[in-house]
Design a protein around this ligand. Structure first.
Ligand code: TXA
Ligand code: MG
Length: 335
């Protein structure tokens, strides 16, 4: 594709256009409540292959399939009682389940694994789109492999805009952090593979059992066999990232290093900030954790485009979605 993809606002005509593109095996960047996804027909191998090519993603890293409802998702997988409980509690929503797959999902989607990752998203625009098609949508985050995930349509234009057929604009994503992934293949050993908006405590409460945390899964490339996407280095901007513990409020002194543009990103607005200070940013006014999550990838991308070489980022408090933010922060900082 040589011309830039059109960003389409949400209306019936544009929805029809996206449906046609997807039916013909094309790719559309779609809004979800977590991050934007790069969507293609999950059951069409040529569309799935395009997704891997466009992202520059290795074929060993499987994709999530998105469905309009739980019964459809469970047609393509072997759901157990725990999966049914989680679907009732959290779908539509930011939870991805890993279950044994049926042969209807191509091996290309699951990177040859015997399991499939499935999700019923909550974003109203994507839900309308899914209701108009009779196939699931394979959709990884709509960023080049290893880069920061997009949480607004405008993030996709400079990175994948020339390689895809359309971008469906559904506004800024509500959560701003990718879905929680839970491995349900063995009901005796249910574990989180990737922390996200649905916390471990909420999962454990609904299941009435203890779910294992992802800290048991080493964040190394060796973990690729069990959690293929959990590479130690991921979500990385061009700028180098330095993490400071939560509560650290020092403002970087860029004057001491004029050749290295440094930005400081805080959780909340500092009490006193000099009107001339241009290199300090905050993720929320008042440390609201959901706002911090929503702005996290967005602000990193803004700083990257503004040409900062170095980002000093304050970690989030390590509770709830803060655990997922800190997971992404550590991977973004890995070299
Ligand atoms: O919120 C989200 O989950 C977003 C939106 C677009 O739905 N999608 C997303 O996809 O984050 P992606 O491809 O960027 O991350 C999916 C993760 C990868 O780490 C992949 O390795 C893992 O899910 N995954 C997919 N299938 C799997 C499977 N069968 N077993 C274990 N991990 C799997
Ligand atoms: Mg991703």
């Amino acid at each position: 594709m040589t011309t830039a993809a059109k960003t389409l606002s949400f209306n019936p005509e544009n929805l029809d256009r996206c449906v046609s593109i997807l039916r013909e095996g094309g790719l559309v960047a779609v809004p979800t409540e977590t991050v934007y996804g790069l969507a293609g027909n999950s059951l069409c191998e040529s569309a799935v292959r395009k997704i891997f090519n466009v992202k520059g993603r290795p074929l060993i890293d499987p994709l999530i399939s998105h469905f309009s409802d739980a019964p459809k998702a469970f047609e393509h997988t072997c759901a157990n009682a725990s999966a049914q409980k989680l679907a009732a509690a959290f779908w539509p929503g930011p939870l991805t389940m890993v279950l044994p797959k049926q042969s209807s999902i191509p091996d290309l989607v699951t990177a040859g694994l015997s399991s499939a990752a499935i999700r019923v998203p909550a974003h109203p625009v994507l839900r309308q789109l899914l209701e108009q098609i009779d196939f699931p949508l394979a959709a990884p985050s709509a960023n080049p492999f290893g880069y920061v995930s997009p949480t607004r349509a405008e993030h996709i234009i400079p990175t994948l805009g020339r390689k895809i057929d359309a971008i469906l604009d559904g506004g800024p994503c509500q959560h701003g952090i990718e879905s929680t992934i839970v491995d349900l293949r063995d009901e005796e050993k249910i574990r989180i593979l990737r922390p996200g908006p649905v916390s471990l405590d909420k999962l454990s409460e609904v299941l009435g059992t203890t779910v294992s945390s992802p800290s048991n899964i080493p964040a190394t490339d060796d973990a690729a066999q069990t959690a293929p996407g959990m590479l130690s280095k991921h979500y990385s901007p061009k700028a180098h990232i330095e993490i400071q513990p939560h509560g650290y409020l020092h403002i970087a002194d860029r004057r001491t290093n004029p050749n290295n543009r440094t930005a400081t990103i805080l959780n909340s607005k500092p009490d006193a900030v000099d009107a001339n200070e241009t290199d300090i940013f905050w993720l929320s006014e008042d440390a609201d954790i959901d706002t911090i999550a929503r702005n996290f990838f967005h602000l990193i991308q803004i700083c990257d485009r503004q040409g900062y070489d170095h980002l000093i980022i304050e970690a989030a408090p390590n509770t709830g979605i803060g655990i997922a933010i800190n997971d992404r922060l550590q991977r973004a900082a890995a070299r």
